[in-house]
Ligand binder design. Structure first.
Ligand code: UD1
Length: 420
């Protein structure tokens, strides 16, 4: 099993190109099921999760071609199966996003209940409730969701009980081919949903209000193909900015968008970083200083993203002062706490959702283990600042969401290598 070996203590310094957003690319690829025409998806990140989605689509009969620049052409003209098997869905929760498109276009779907990162229960009740409201008959059988509809799905006014990114996306895609108008209230506002909606609009969907709490979709009879370039990955961008800040370094990110990272950039400035940005770049300079402790509370977008919570905790570990980190989106998203403490951090879990981080002046290398995707990147950041050489085990979690992380960090001057 691959590991990362990192010799800490070097401030990061350099330029970096941000990859396409994993959480947008996966949904856009799933949207290809809505039409028989080809969809060409540019700026697709080269990631394990993307490969899993391509494999899943291939198993349904979607023709997939990938060119050298990771431009992916997907065409769902010969779909012969509406079944997403457990073996694929268990490794990646986003596989569940084929449910809405399959049901809307073919009137039936059978999708395994999801797995993915081990960060809490993560139910899908809101996805199912919305589809049922649109006329789907749904039963759970042997770990599978079996959904059917007689004729087209029906446009409905749906109020989501909680804000869910995947739930909003499944219903958004399903509603594009429904009969009549669907309104999704209390919708998630994440930028990746906006990217998906813009791709769907380019495919002929009629959507308004994406990026707000209420999305209106007027169903159409059929969608057509389009070419779409995936938006930049805000979580990858945020991770490298935090890494630069924690090491007292500086970084210039290209293909990065500051407008979708406002909450995180504000926290970095509070930590003492000098942040500047333009339309498609962000730069950060810590001018060699030790960060100041910053409190974090995760919220749905535009609040502080849960996917950057672990990385900021790594920064807080070596910051000046004490910080409080509250996780409101997922239960059990503090698995990195134990590993950070192994590196010499002083973190106390004051409740299941609140951690108190007392900044220490240095961390020390130790063997650690990645437990989920974002927890892994927090261990990378901690290893970059720690004294000595840290080996991080189980980094397959990182490969799910970070493109060539060792090359990118190496380009910024980190002493990092992949070892077996
Ligand atoms: C997506 C992102 C993930 C990010 C999360 C929150 C992808 C592939 N993943 O995950 O990186 O951390 O958004 O920004 O885009 N919930 C329910 N019932 C449901 C659906 C969700 O109770 O039907 C709960 C979940 O258990 C969780 C919370 O709602 O506690 C948020 O989940 P959700 O927004 O759906 O996250 P994902 O779409 O899975």
């Amino acid at each position: 099993m691959d590991k990362l070996r990192i010799a800490g203590g070097r401030p990061l310094n350099g330029r970096l190109r941000v990859s396409g957003a994993k959480n947008s690319a996966l949904k856009i690829l799933a949207a290809s099921l809505l039409t028989e025409a080809p969809l060409v998806v540019g700026n697709t990140p080269h990631l394990h999760d993307v490969t899993t989605m391509i494999e899943l689509l291939g198993s349904l009969g979607v023709d997939v071609t990938v060119d050298e620049g990771m431009r992916v052409q997907v065409q769902a003209a010969n779909v012969h199966s509406q079944r997403a098997p457990y073996e694929l869905v268990k490794t990646m929760r986003a596989s569940f996003l084929v449910l809405g498109p399959l049901l809307a276009r073919f009137g039936r779907a059978e999708v395994s209940l999801p797995g993915g990162c081990a960060i809490g229960a993560r139910p899908v009740d809101q996805h199912l409730k919305g589809l049922q409201a649109m006329g789907a008959e749904i039963e759970l059988d042997g770990g599978y969701v079996r959904a059917r509809t007689r004729g087209r799905l029906q446009g409905r006014h749906i109020h989501m009980d909680i804000v869910t990114v995947g739930g909003t996306e499944n219903l958004l895609m399903a509603a594009t081919l429904a009969d009549g108008v669907t309104i999704i209230d209390n919708a998630a506002q994440e930028p990746e949903i906006v990217d998906l909606a813009e791709c769907l609009i380019a495919m002929g969907a009629r959507i308004r209000g994406h990026g707000t709490r209420s999305i209106e979709i007027e169903g159409v009879e059929a969608l057509h193909g389009c070419t779409h370039s995936v938006m930049p990955d805000r979580i990858e961008a945020g991770t490298y900015l935090v890494a630069a800040a924690a090491t007292g370094g500086r970084v210039h990110l290209t293909h990065a968008r500051a407008d979708i990272l406002t909450a995180a950039l504000e926290r970095l400035e509070a930590a003492g970083a000098e942040v500047a940005f333009g339309d498609d770049w962000i730069s950060l300079d810590m001018t060699g200083r030790r960060p100041l402790a910053v409190d974090i509370e995760t919220q749905p977008h535009p609040g502080f993203p849960t996917d950057l919570q672990a990385q900021f905790m790594a920064l807080d570990c070596i910051a000046e002062g004490t910080s409080r980190i509250r996780e409101n989106i997922f239960e059990n998203r503090f698995m990195h706490v134990q590993e950070l403490n192994r590196l010499g951090a002083d973190i106390e879990l004051v409740s299941a959702s609140t951690a108190l981080v007392r900044g220490v002046d240095h961390l020390s290398a130790a063997p650690v283990m990645a437990t989920d995707l974002r927890a892994s990147s927090c261990l990378v950041i901690a290893a970059l600042v720690a004294r000595g050489t840290t080996v991080i085990d189980r980094i397959y979690h990182i490969d799910r969401g970070y493109e060539t992380i060792e090359e990118k960090l190496g380009g910024l001057g980190a002493d990092i290598a992949r070892v077996r």
